[in-house]
Design a protein around this ligand. Structure first.
Ligand code: C2G
Length: 134
């Protein structure tokens, strides 16, 4: 059984997230999503619209997702790979070359998938904000 791991906030879930999760699952048999906690997001200066429990429930409803675990710090990734017997870590290619991930190459496969253009949580928030002003 090939085990895949990915990380993210997955706020205001959209088809860019779904496409990433679908392609990540296609790289193995079991997909684990390490979901940024509200506290970890705060440390990144981010505040998700949906809280962790809501974002977790939404991810668990997606057919490609087998397990959701908390991402509470940048440094947990190597432990996650070891503790969950991960074969490949998969991220969108906005993370390609990042030192937040590159070191994982020593302990597992690391793959980057193309981001879906034209959609992001930030864009959704901006578009909604604009439409409210009309
Ligand atoms: N993504 C994508 N296409 C988009 C938007 C997002 O493929 N249009 C991908 C991102 O590249 C990422 C995943 O969807 O792999 C989740 O995106 P975010 O929730 O924005 O995650 P991020 O804030 O990048 O958090 O430790 C790493 C962080 O937790 C990653």
């Amino acid at each position: 059984m090939k085990r895949v791991l990915t990380y993210g906030t997955f706020d205001l879930l959209h088809y860019g997230h779904i496409r990433l999760l679908k392609r990540a699952k296609e790289m193995g048999d079991y997909l684990i999503v390490a979901l940024s906690t509200d506290e970890f997001n705060a440390s990144k200066g981010k505040k998700a619209y949906h809280d962790y429990e809501t974002r977790k429930k939404m991810l668990e409803a997606i057919r490609y997702v087998d397990l959701v675990i908390p991402e509470s710090c940048w440094e947990q990734k190597a432990d996650d790979v070891k503790n969950y017997f991960v074969d490949v870590v998969v991220m969108g290619d906005d993370w390609a070359g990042s030192d937040r991930f590159d070191y994982l190459k020593e302990i597992c496969d690391l793959q980057f998938l193309s981001r879906t253009p034209g959609i992001s949580t930030t864009k959704i928030k901006g578009d909604l904000n604009l439409s409210e002003q009309k």
